[in-house]
Each structure stands twice: as C-alpha cells, then as structure tokens.
Design a protein around this ligand. Structure first.
Ligand SMILES: *[C@@H]1O[C@H](CO)[C@@H](O)[C@H](O)[C@H]1NC(C)=O
Ligand SMILES: *[C@@H]1O[C@H](CO)[C@@H](O)[C@H](O)[C@H]1NC(C)=O
Ligand SMILES: *[C@@H]1O[C@H](CO)[C@@H](O)[C@H](O)[C@H]1NC(C)=O
Ligand SMILES: *[C@@H]1O[C@H](CO)[C@@H](O)[C@H](O)[C@H]1NC(C)=O
Ligand SMILES: *[C@@H]1O[C@H](CO)[C@@H](O)[C@H](O)[C@H]1NC(C)=O
Ligand SMILES: *[C@@H]1O[C@H](CO)[C@@H](O)[C@H](O)[C@H]1NC(C)=O
Ligand SMILES: *[C@@H]1O[C@H](CO)[C@@H](O)[C@H](O)[C@H]1NC(C)=O
Ligand SMILES: *[C@@H]1O[C@H](CO)[C@@H](O)[C@H](O)[C@H]1NC(C)=O
Ligand SMILES: *[C@@H]1O[C@H](CO)[C@@H](O)[C@H](O)[C@H]1NC(C)=O
Ligand SMILES: *[C@@H]1O[C@H](CO)[C@@H](O)[C@H](O)[C@H]1NC(C)=O
Ligand SMILES: *[C@@H]1O[C@H](CO)[C@@H](O)[C@H](O)[C@H]1NC(C)=O
Ligand SMILES: *[C@@H]1O[C@H](CO)[C@@H](O)[C@H](O)[C@H]1NC(C)=O
Length: 647
C-alpha cells in the first residue's frame, strides 16, 4: 500500500497509535482469553472429515470468535482489537497482516511458493467481501435455507447453551480447495520418486493462526496430484497454511498454486474415479473422442445451446519419461498452463451421431506421432457467472472440473485414417483404409467414400420406388416393416460395408479380417513372407477375401497397404433383409462366407463394427471395455447391380 506523505504531526500520531496498539495487544495477551466469555464453550462438531483427513482436533475448536460488536471485520480478526487509523492500515500497526493473506469469498488467490516455505491465509465465512457471492447451500443434499435459519441439530442437542452461542456454532458451510498450477521438475532423466506435493493445513482456532508443519495440532492434508480440498462448517475465522516441502536431490524449481475459500460451493473439482470419455478411434496422426452423456435432452434448442457454449475441453500430452503434468494430473490450471507447451491440437465440437441423438462433446486431436502412447484429460471449463449442473457429473463451479486421466496408443501405419462428419454417411466416425497420400487431407478421403455411398444409395432408392411402399398398409410388403425401415437399415448397412473399419496390420485379435495381403508393408516386405508355399497361396494370397478390399474403390483409388478390418456386425445384414421387400433380393451369405464378411457382437469387447461404436476408456473397467451405442441398424447385399464376390 502506498502511504501518504506524513506531516510531523501525523508522524507523531502514528507513533502514538502504534504504541497504543502495542499496549492493547499486550493487555490481550496477558488477559486470559476465557475471561472474555464467562463460559467455556463446548466443542462444535462441524468440521467435516474427509477420506484423507481427520476432523480438526476438537481441542482446537473451543475458542469462539470474540464478539466485538460494532467493530469492522478487520478489527475482529484474531479476536484482537487493534484500532485502524485513517491513512494507516494494519500493515503499519502489526507485521502479521503482511504475512497472512486475507481471502475473499469464492475468489482465487494466486500464489508463488519456493521449497521449504509456508504461506498463510485467513477467511471469515460470514463475510462476502470481494464479490457478491451469496452464502448459500447449493448441493442438492443440503437442507434448504440452512444458512438463513442457522439451525443445526448437533448444536441444538447441547445443553445449557444460550441461543446466541448455538447460533455461532452452527456456522456457515465452507469449502476450501486448491490447485497446484506448476511444480518442481526433475533434473535427472530417470526420476523414480513421486513428484513432491504441497500440503494444506486448516485451523479454526485463534490459538493456531498459522497452521503448518510446525503446528502438530493441525492435520496435514496433502495435495493429491496437485489438488486438495476440505469442507467445514464454522462462523469463526478460518486459518489456512500451504506448505511447500524441501526438495530432495533430483528436483529443482518452485510451485505456483490457486487457493479458494468459498461459502458458495467447492471452487475446484476433481473426479477421481471417472474419465467420462469414450475413444471413438485413432490413427497414426490423430484420435477422436466423445464425452459420456451430460444431458438427457435431445431437443434442438438443447443441442444449439451446447453448440454455442460447450463447457468441455480436452488436453493431451505425450507419455514419456517425464511430462510436465506428472504430479499435477488433478489440476485444471496446470492443464491450462502446460498444454500449450506441446504441439498437439484439439478441435472440439458438439455431435449427436452417437446413441440416442443426445448432444455429446467430440474432440479431434491432431499432431500425434505414430505408434506412441498419449495421456488425455477431459475437463469442464468453469464459469464465474453460472454453476453448471451436468447429468452424471454434478455441479461444476468457476474453478472447473478435471476428470481422471487416461492413456491411448496411436496406430503404427498410415493405412488407416480417422474420418468423421461425413455428409451422407453421417454415422461414420472411425479409422478407414487410407494411404500416405491422404494422410493430411481428410476432406478428400471423406468425399471419395461419401460420394460412392451416395451413388449406391441412389440406385437403391430407384429400385425401392418400384415396390409398393406408399400404398395402404394392407398392400404393403410387411405389416411390421415399411420402406422407411428399409431405407434406414440399407443406409446403415451400406455405409459400414462400403467404408470398412480399419485396424493396423500388426493388430492381432483373432476376429479381425486380413485385407489386401499382396500389397507391400511400409517397410517394403510382403505379409507372411515366411510362408511362400503353394498351399498358403491357394488358401490366402489368391482369395479375394484376403487379397482385396471389399470395396473395389479402396484398392483402385485409395491403394492402402495391407490392413486388418473390423468387420461389420452381422445383425446389420439381418436387419436389412428383414426390413426390405423381398423383391429387392437381399440375402446374407451363409457360413463359411459369412465369417469373412461379418463379425458377431460380443458384450465384453468390440468384435464388430456398427454405427456409433466407441471404446470405453474407463479405468474402473478391467482393461479396455466397450460400449455398444446402437443408433440404427446396417449389412451385405445381393442386389444384382451391387453384388460383390468375396470368396
Ligand atoms: C526445510 O528445511 C529447513 C532447514 O533444513 C527446515 O528448517 C524446514 O523445517 C524444512 N521445511 C519443511 C517444510 O520440511
Ligand atoms: C442437478 O440435476 C439433477 C438431475 O438433473 C438433479 O437431481 C439435482 O437436484 C440438480 N442439482 C441441483 C443443485 O440443482
Ligand atoms: C428459502 O429462503 C428463500 C429466501 O431466502 C425463500 O424464498 C424460500 O421459500 C425458502 N425455502 C424454504 C423451504 O424455506
Ligand atoms: C427456517 O426453518 C423453518 C422450519 O425449520 C422453515 O419454516 C423456514 O422457512 C426456514 N427458513 C427461513 C428463511 O426462515
Ligand atoms: C533450477 O532452476 C533454476 C530456475 O528455475 C535454474 O536457473 C537452475 O539452473 C536450475 N538448476 C538445475 C540444477 O537445474
Ligand atoms: C473433495 O472433492 C471431491 C470432488 O471434487 C469430492 O468428491 C469430495 O467429497 C471432496 N471432499 C471434501 C472433504 O470436500
Ligand atoms: C483418488 O483416489 C486415490 C486412489 O483411489 C486416493 O488415494 C486419493 O486420495 C483420491 N484423491 C482424491 C482427491 O479423492
Ligand atoms: C446416452 O443417452 C441416450 C439417449 O438418452 C441413450 O440411448 C444412451 O444409452 C446414453 N448413453 C450412455 C453411455 O449412457
Ligand atoms: C498381440 O500383440 C501384443 C503386442 O502387440 C502381444 O502382447 C500379445 O501377446 C499378442 N497376442 C497374441 C494372441 O498374439
Ligand atoms: C506364393 O506367392 C508368393 C507371393 O506372390 C510367391 O513369391 C511364391 O512363389 C508363391 N508360391 C508358389 C509355390 O507359387
Ligand atoms: C503355410 O500356410 C499353410 C496354409 O495356411 C499352412 O498349412 C502351413 O503350415 C504354413 N507353413 C508355414 C511354414 O508356416
Ligand atoms: C467375447 O470376446 C472375447 C475375446 O475375443 C471372448 O473371449 C469371449 O468368449 C467373447 N464372448 C462372447 C459372449 O462371445
């Protein structure tokens, strides 16, 4: 603070003010505190415990705030009366105010901390200084009007207490949360110890105004991956300390962090056991993800609303010996600060093509390297103006929410490429056969496939128009299915058969179908070079099911290397045959030809392709799980103009 120039008279006034202050402080120190209140106050039980911390020891809570009547809130702090003079604030009167930062309700304090240091903060839950954030319980689980009423069952059970004391104990619910935005980095390449973490200390006792490693009465709350939180209920001043550990050899640097005390709700959030994301597919250079459902409405207003303001954001980092996110995985500000240091791009949009047409957020990550592990983080970007209530996420406040990180691996070859947002085949969102020529030109590849599908569909439509579709229901080809079912099922089938789902040549799941095996691999070798027998040539190399793609355009125009195909699900074919008039002559192949053209669904893993198929990256499921989102149905046909021979 800038002090005004003082006249000699003012200087003398300052000196006497300081002296008066000191005398009062001395008096307060000598005077036993309990004399201020005649009664020893029972222990309030409102400090909430959490998974990783015990309640504040009751013995620390038995000093109530001292009621100083008319004095301002600053005068109340410490329960000590120190006069404020016009021109001089407490930083002149006492040194303590310099070291203890006063927090404003629901406003973040941004702090730099060097190793071995502890910074102190205080907050008075009753105050709303700094902004207009209203003190109110917001969680659905909270009793309504709790803070206005200030009643509390526990307090009411205490005998012999005056109403006033009861009131004071019940307290305001408050949330403390912190995010570490930056931390020390290792100076040696193969560091094995855990990243050093900050520690939060909380006290509500005026005897412990600087909680930290030196105050054994306060329980340390270690940061977990750069995140710490604590909840309590009190009306008395709350003292906080954040301590940075001394660095051991191998580490260098300092911390920066955000600390927020709030009576509105928890500012920073971390979803420890959900990553809330599905992987759609990946190729050698990009990956596509979607969030879980976060709203249950698929109305167009709802979709537009999320398109205008998509709160979800995704961050990605290469996994190596060291990434700047190690030890900060639960911190939003760390993600925001560290992400721009790598050269990955994330393109975010809202899509409705996956399951039930409800909007979900879609992320297309580009700039990845082939055959490499990456780490991803989904986060909700909080907003100061509005608390969001998202289905299956809950309330998200200004500090945002970070979901648990997940990892994935990019494909090794350029033979597969992720495409999505096709004009006609709009439910296609996966890796398709490609070649280096199209690697950085998604649009051209999309157009090739999509135009071909449109042309086939036009032929089909013309054929269907010859069938009695729009006659009275008695004249229809089926009572259960009509031409709209046929169109829908044909489109779904056509898009999955024409646009194969591509996997790396070295993928080894048994249900994958080898395609194009006579082409050369990227290293110039032929597949199965170890078996040049006639027998092998007859059973594999010379059979179209292995030597070609099912869609001739893929071989003729796109010219991928050898690849493996996740076959379309056979139910897409069955649906087509069931839904369309017999005159169109659709039929599904029988065994053993069927196994070369279609896969079979499996509830535990993605063994065949269907519209909206995604991979669940949830860490709670053992390994990689799969989720079947069925948007419609699809399959192989035998309509004369479109017959392809597989065998
Ligand atoms: C850091 O080291 C100093 C000196 O060795 C010690 O006094 C201090 O307590 C340590 N701080 C912490 C947080 O361990
Ligand atoms: C958030 O939404 C869920 C369901 O949509 C509802 O049950 C819950 O009460 C809401 N919470 C708040 C605080 O509005
Ligand atoms: C809670 O308080 C608000 C005003 O503060 C009032 O409008 C509302 O009706 C109250 N609700 C209940 C359940 O008392
Ligand atoms: C306080 O609690 C009573 C019942 O316990 C309720 O009727 C009243 O609406 C509550 N809210 C306020 C603001 O008084
Ligand atoms: C530690 O970090 C500081 C600045 O961040 C830098 O100047 C110094 O060289 C680093 N020391 C080591 C051993 O890396
Ligand atoms: C800490 O935050 C997490 C979610 O962000 C929440 O589930 C947990 O209950 C919080 N713990 C406390 C003690 O507030
Ligand atoms: C998250 O989960 C891990 C392991 O289940 C646990 O050790 C850690 O304390 C949790 N962190 C938070 C912030 O909930
Ligand atoms: C998402 O919502 C749609 C429509 O409500 C539903 O069909 C689908 O199963 C949901 N998906 C998940 C993963 O919950
Ligand atoms: C498939 O390949 C992976 C490595 O790419 C290997 O660990 C695994 O054992 C292989 N599985 C089979 C059945 O060959
Ligand atoms: C089988 O095919 C491979 C590759 O085309 C060829 O090199 C080999 O000579 C063939 N073997 C026989 C016995 O024809
Ligand atoms: C070559 O392939 C044929 C047909 O699959 C098989 O019977 C034979 O054992 C294979 N030979 C070698 C050396 O792998
Ligand atoms: C699903 O696939 C796995 C792995 O391919 C297989 O072990 C399992 O038996 C299959 N389950 C069913 C029901 O087909």
């Amino acid at each position: 603070m800038q002090l005004p120039k003082l006249t000699p008279l003012q200087s003398r006034l300052l000196a006497s003010a300081v002296a008066t202050g000191l005398v009062i402080v001395l008096w307060i120190c000598i005077e036993p505190r309990n004399l201020v209140y005649a009664a020893e106050v029972p222990i309030p039980e409102h400090a909430q415990s959490n998974e990783f911390v015990e309640s504040i020891p009751p013995s620390l809570l038995n000093v109530p705030p001292i009621d100083l009547g008319e004095y301002t809130k600053e005068e109340r702090s410490n329960g000590v009366y120190a006069p404020d003079f016009i021109y001089f604030d407490r930083s002149v009167v006492g040194r303590q105010a310099e070291e203890v930062e006063q927090l404003s309700n629901n406003k973040k304090a941004e702090v730099q901390a060097s190793p071995g240091s502890t910074k102190y903060f205080r907050f008075k839950p009753g105050q709303t200084s700094g902004n207009s954030a209203r003190t109110a319980p917001v969680d659905a689980s909270e009793p309504e009007n709790m803070s206005e009423n200030n009643t509390d069952e526990e307090g009411a059970e205490e005998d012999g207490l005056e109403d006033e004391l009861e009131k004071r104990q019940s307290g305001t619910r408050m949330w403390i949360s912190a995010n570490a935005c930056r931390g020390p980095k290792p100076t040696i390449t193969l560091i094995t110890d855990d990243t050093p973490q900050l520690t939060l200390y909380v006290s509500t006792s005026s005897k412990v105004q600087k909680p930290g490693p030196d105050t054994p009465e306060t329980t340390p709350i270690p940061f977990y991956s750069g995140f710490a939180n604590f909840t309590l209920q009190t009306d008395s001043e709350v003292y906080m300390g954040i301590s940075a550990p001394n660095l051991t050899t191998g580490w260098n640097g300092s911390w920066s962090y955000e600390l927020v005390a709030s009576t509105v709700g928890q500012y920073h959030n971390y979803a420890n056991n959900s990553n809330f994301i599905f992987m759609v597919d990946t190729d050698s250079e990009s990956a596509l993800f979607i969030t879980h459902n976060f709203t249950s409405s698929n109305s167009s207003e709802e979709v537009e609303k999320w398109k205008r303001n998509n709160p979800f954001t995704m961050f990605a980092f290469p996994v190596g010996n060291w990434s700047d996110m190690i030890g900060l995985e639960a911190s939003y500000c760390a993600l925001e600060q560290q992400f721009p240091t790598n050269n990955l791009k994330v393109n975010t949009s809202i899509t409705t093509i996956f399951g039930g047409a409800v909007p979900v957020s879609q992320f297309h990550i580009t700039g990845l390297e082939a055959d490499k592990d990456y780490q991803g983080f989904l986060a909700v970007n909080g907003s100061d103006d509005q608390t969001m209530n998202l289905t299956d996420v809950g309330l998200v406040r200004a500090g945002g929410e970070v979901f648990k990180q997940f990892t994935w691996k990019t494909k090794a070859d350029d033979s597969c490429q992720v495409i999505f947002n096709l004009d006609f085949c709009n439910s296609v969102a996966y890796a398709v056969p490609s070649s280096p020529e199209f690697k950085l030109d998604d649009d051209r590849l999309k157009k090739l496939y999509d135009d071909q599908a449109k042309a086939y569909y036009r032929n089909f439509s013309n054929a269907l128009d010859q069938v009695a579709c729009d006659t009275a229901s008695t004249a229809q080809y089926s009572l259960a299915r009509n031409c709209n079912d046929c169109r829908r099922d044909y489109k779904a089938w056509l898009c999955s058969v024409l646009i194969p789902r591509c996997k790396d040549w070295n993928a080894n799941e048994t249900f994958l179908q080898e395609r194009n095996i006579n082409a050369r691999l990227e290293d110039g070798t032929v597949p199965h070079a170890d078996n040049l027998t006639k027998e092998f040539n007859q059973t594999f190399r010379e059979r179209f099911a292995y030597s070609r793609s099912r869609n001739p355009m893929v071989d003729q125009v796109i010219k991928p290397g050898p690849y493996k195909e996740l076959l379309p699900c056979e139910d897409l074919c069955f649906d087509l045959v069931r839904s369309c008039p017999a005159q169109l002559g659709f039929a599904c192949p029988n065994s053993p030809a069927r196994e070369l053209s279609y896969g079979r669904r499996n509830t535990t893993s993605l063994t065949c392709n269907f519209p909206g198929a995604v991979v669940d990256l949830s860490p709670l499921k053992s390994g990689v799980g799969f989720l079947a989102l069925r948007a419609g149905t699809l399959v192989l046909m035998s309509l004369s103009a479109m017959v392809w021979v597989w065998i």
